[in-house]
Ligand binder design. Structure first.
Ligand code: NDP
Length: 369
């Protein structure tokens, strides 16, 4: 866990330590100069671990979302966080009691930031409590789980959103707009490299029962999602090859390194790498007849860096999770969609590709989507 965090932080300057370059609301509000006085999305975080801590910190700069509740299996964390973020005791729960959130009007949404294999059950219970669900990626450990989450939230009439922070990141959004405007011409090729050295062999990320897989679930998903938003199409076929150099550490069902290729309807091909056993892999490259974009780092916590054939990307860095949570509040209360969706259906699309990648490795065949 710490090694992943170190990786993301070493690649980039810590976002938390930087002053905000401008108010995050400016990216969303129709009239940026006016103070925001609309509805606030009141959020409880479930799972007070590494990423939950980052989200909580980032939410302190939100204008449309507020951390108001906590769900944790560790009583000492609840005490510490309650004090740090001024959270009332009545808004704190553990994994046995959180169904009672149904009766708590002070909480609108639960952000699930627990190990991957625990997301689905939590999402179903939160939906049953009539609260909006925000789930970290991967939303579940296969497409069937993701679809169950979508169906449950639909039936309950609550939003289901996935923590795709890059969909709100200014340089990423700018590149997607350039591609939509045809600035790269007819696209040909995307390359995505996502990986880091996982470190500690005892962590849940290397336990299939909690992680659902290995690097692909955790970091390879960035190249999958990135290939889709950079190219702007859904892949129609997948091929994949696995390499395992440390079978003791990366046990059955926990992938260490996978190379995969995606084919898109227009003929664009993507070549991607997902790994838990190499360092400094966080790079996207997209090329077309009229231009290219190269981003490195492309999905770390930022600042994201990149250049196109026309020059350097200069959009300002804003803490990703601050933008994401304000953006999600705006989506829920005003129906404003980000440039690429962050809903449950978007999460299921990535999981279908992950399922196909694992199938391609198992069968050695090209898998049609
Ligand atoms: P951590 O291990 O740091 O934290 C997970 C927390 O989940 C724990 O601290 C614990 O909190 C809770 N938990 C509940 N049950 C278990 C269990 N059986 N084993 C371990 N922890 C448990 O993980 P991360 O915060 O790094 O990752 C959590 C999720 O967030 C993952 O799905 C991951 O993919 C995602 N993530 C997303 C990132 C992004 O950039 N979007 C970056 C990093 C992670 P408590 O003690 O409070 O119960």
């Amino acid at each position: 866990m710490s090694s992943r965090r170190d990786f993301l932080e070493k690649l980039t300057v810590s976002a938390i330590g930087l002053p905000l370059l401008y108010n995050s609301a400016d990216l969303f509000a129709a009239t940026p100069a006016e103070p925001y006085d609309g509805p606030i999305l009141k959020v409880a975080i479930m799972g007070l671990g590494g990423y939950g801590s980052r989200v909580a910190e980032a939410m302190q700069s939100c204008t449309r979302a507020k951390l108001v509740g906590l769900i944790s299996g560790t009583p000492s964390k609840l005490v510490k966080w309650r004090e740090k973020y001024d959270i009332p005791e009545k808004n704190c729960y553990n994994y046995e009691t959180y169904d009672q959130i149904k009766d708590n009007p002070d909480i609108d949404a639960v952000y699930i930031i627990t190990p991957n294999a625990l997301h689905k059950e939590a999402a179903l219970r939160v939906a049953k409590a009539d609260k909006h669900v925000i789930s970290e990626k991967p939303m579940g450990i296969n497409a069937q789980e993701g679809q169950e989450m979508v169906d449950a939230c639909k039936a309950a009439g609550v939003h289901l959103l996935v923590g795709y922070r890059m969909h709100f990141e200014p340089k990423t959004v700018a590149v997607i707009k350039m591609r939509q405007n045809g600035e790269f011409g007819k696209l040909n090729f995307f390359q995505g490299q996502s990986g880091f050295d996982i470190g500690d062999p005892t962590q849940w990320r290397l336990d299939k029962s909690l992680a659902g897989g290995g690097a692909m679930m955790d970091i390879g998903i960035y190249s999958i999602n990135g290939a889709r938003y950079m190219v702007g199409e859904e892949p129609i076929w997948v091929t994949a090859q696995e390499t395992k150099t440390e079978p003791e550490k990366f046990k059955e069902g926990v992938d260490e390194t996978i190379q995969f290729q995606l084919g898109f309807p227009s003929g664009v091909v993507a070549s991607c790498l997902s790994t838990y056993n190499m360092s400094y892999l966080d790079r996207f490259f997209l090329t077309g007849d009229d231009g290219f974009v190269e981003m490195q780092p492309s999905t770390g916590y930022g600042p994201i860096e990149g250049r196109t054939n026309k020059g350097k990307l200069t959009q300002p860095h804003v803490t990703h999770q601050t933008l994401q949570m304000d953006g999600m509040a705006q989506l829920i209360y005003e129906g404003v969609q980000p440039i690429v969706p962050v809903d449950g259906e978007e999460g299921v699309k990535d999981l279908k590709i992950i399922d196909a990648i694992y199938k391609a490795i198992e069968t050695g065949e090209k898998v049609t989507l």
